[in-house]
Ligand binder design. Structure first.
Ligand SMILES: [Zn+2]
Length: 327
């Protein structure tokens, strides 16, 4: 009886709760979902062109090549997960796969095909698996190692100028010590800049950045409308393995054939246009058996055409940089 009464009272309370109108939120506590509508054209200009595309850097490729191909691998492994304090070892081991099997398999493939690549490594990822650096360096190919944050920190989330500078300095210092060479290439974790990133990266003296996507061709980066002298080697979401393979393996991933088709079609047009074909990949994603085999098939397809220049991002940036001052 008591139990029935308790149940009835609970139902009444729940029903009353359902019919209560939602508590009003103070207007000042609600974030404005459309702040851009209130800005002047001057304010829009300063936001849009804080970091933007300057001169297009497109000229002839070396030795009469028709297209430049740059394969890049972001060696994140588990760092993005660790940066958030998530200690779910199922997810961490998915990242660890990059160091254990993914990277070695991709290095073997690059060696078989004799093509160089650029590896953007969060410095903490290199510290946790230092063997990765020696295996990249022991390949008899001019592979490049670039900066990709300390622990794959999302810079807009970090939202702290001093802390961002500390982590950038630490990343450069750590990779320089481990590789014996100061990196010349920068790729922001998750490609995300904060309001300070462009200024800090320019001040650090990088030759190029590869985090933005305003063009298919390389371009000079502008900071608040002023030429920086820095080369942008543009990335693209459709030329990245993460949007296709980065989700949970819940059966929704596209087939290898579909991804191959997009990559090949992008390459074919780059070849026609005398352009640039840059891929962003991750050893913990692309290093799986079937995917590495798909990538090898694509490399073989590209090698089958005359005039394809396979180069590191550093080589490509060095090649196009003189175009910044050319008339
Ligand atoms: Zn990354």
């Amino acid at each position: 009886m008591m139990r029935r009464m308790f149940l009835a009272v609970s139902i009444l309370i729940a029903a009353a709760a359902c019919t209560q109108p939602p508590a009003p939120t103070a207007p000042e506590a609600r974030p404005d979902p459309l702040p851009g509508t209130k800005l002047s054209v001057d304010q829009l200009n300063s936001q849009m062109f804080h970091v933007s595309a300057g001169k297009r850097l497109k000229g002839a490729w070396p030795n009469g090549a028709r297209v430049a191909v740059g394969l890049s691998f972001d060696v994140d492994n588990a760092t993005a997960t660790l940066s958030t304090g998530n200690l779910d070892y199922e997810i961490l081991s998915r990242g660890e796969y990059g160091a254990v099997d993914g990277l070695p398999r991709l290095l073997r493939m690059l060696d078989r095909q004799q093509v160089p690549a650029s590896f953007f490594i969060p410095a903490a990822s290199a510290v946790l698996h230092p063997k990765m650096i020696t295996s990249i360096q022991s390949a008899k190919l001019p592979h490049e190692i670039g900066v990709h944050g300390w622990i794959h920190e999302r810079l807009p989330l970090l939202n702290n100028e001093k802390e961002e500078q500390r982590l950038l300095d630490l990343s450069i210092e750590t990779l320089t010590k481990m590789t014996g060479k100061r990196p010349v290439g920068y790729r922001a974790p998750s490609w995300k800049f904060s309001g300070w990133t462009m200024g800090q990266v320019k001040a650090a003296g990088f030759l190029y950045d590869s985090s933005l996507m305003a063009s298919d061709d390389a371009y000079e980066l502008l900071l608040d409308g002023t030429p920086t002298g820095m080369v942008e080697l543009p990335i693209e979401r459709i030329l990245d393995d993460a949007p296709y393979f980065g989700s949970n393996a819940d059966g929704s991933n596209p087939s290898l054939g579909d991804v191959y088709e997009v990559f090949q079609a992008e390459f074919d047009v780059a070849y026609e246009e005398g352009g640039l074909f840059l891929l962003t990949m991750h050893p913990h994603l692309m290093g799986h058996r079937s995917r590495a085999a798909m990538l090898e098939k694509l490399v073989q397809y590209m090698k089958g055409k005359p005039g394809v220049w396979f180069a590191t991002h550093e080589q490509i940036a060095n090649h196009v940089k003189p175009l910044i001052i050319a008339k």
